[in-house]
Design a protein around this ligand. Structure first.
Ligand code: ZN
Length: 213
């Protein structure tokens, strides 16, 4: 069966800046090529974790640069400022934000953290995301450092140019270069691993949370 996602409205839920690009940067690039409208919301710019010497809002600047690299129009990005690691205490406000976005954007497809996310902020966005979007098609994205198990129940084939766009976007996060996964070889390697699972060169894998045709 050949399924293509075209002319859809797609919303990416990113707990922190960079999660959305890490989890689905290549498919974002491909979705934009295929005339889909892509929106992304980051719930925290992690002011409490910014490396010494950088301005507090540096991650907002890097997020704008990364999403622009992927081709997301500036008007389609939303930045919230919940305190990093404290999302569970703001569960209801986050849910209300998600419902507002649902009503404003009317998305067809939502990408969010997966159900096994370990980080408390990722888990909160998964739980509240599913609560807000229970009547929508939802995929959980692949962040291998944040799970003990990840269910690869959905795959999107991508091309080398889409993986290159993903890397070029992540390369904008100058403050995050110390992380082992902000690394070109890792990004291409994971796309090859997920591609090999479906006998393709490159892919991104997702947990199928819910699908509605
Ligand atoms: Zn995160």
């Amino acid at each position: 069966m050949k399924l293509e996602v075209i002319n859809q409205r797609v919303l990416i839920l990113s707990p922190h800046t960079d999660d959305g690009e890490l989890g689905c940067g290549a498919i974002i690039s491909k979705l934009i090529e295929n005339n889909n409208k892509v929106y992304e919301v980051a719930f925290s710019i992690c002011e409490d974790s910014v490396p010494v010497g950088y301005p507090k809002d540096v991650l907002a600047q890097e997020f704008r640069a990364a999403t622009a690299e992927l081709g997301i129009p500036e008007d389609n990005i939303f930045i919230k400022n919940y305190p990093v690691r404290k999302f569970p205490a703001h569960r209801q406000e986050i849910l209300e934000d998600l419902i507002q976005l649902r009503n404003k954007i009317k998305p067809d497809i939502i990408f969010m953290p997966c159900s096994n996310a370990l980080h408390q902020d990722h888990k909160t966005i998964y739980e509240e995301g599913l609560r807000a979007f229970k009547h929508f098609t939802c995929f959980g994205y692949d962040l291998p450092w944040d799970t003990t198990e990840f269910s690869t129940t959905a795959f999107f084939k991508v091309e080398e140019k889409n993986v290159a766009k993903k890397w070029n976007a992540l390369d904008k996060y100058l403050t995050q270069k110390f992380r082992t996964y902000i690394d070109r070889e890792f990004i291409f390697g994971l796309a090859r691993v997920r591609g090999a699972q479906i006998s393709e060169k490159y892919a991104e894998a997702f947990e199928l949370i819910r699908i509605i045709f």
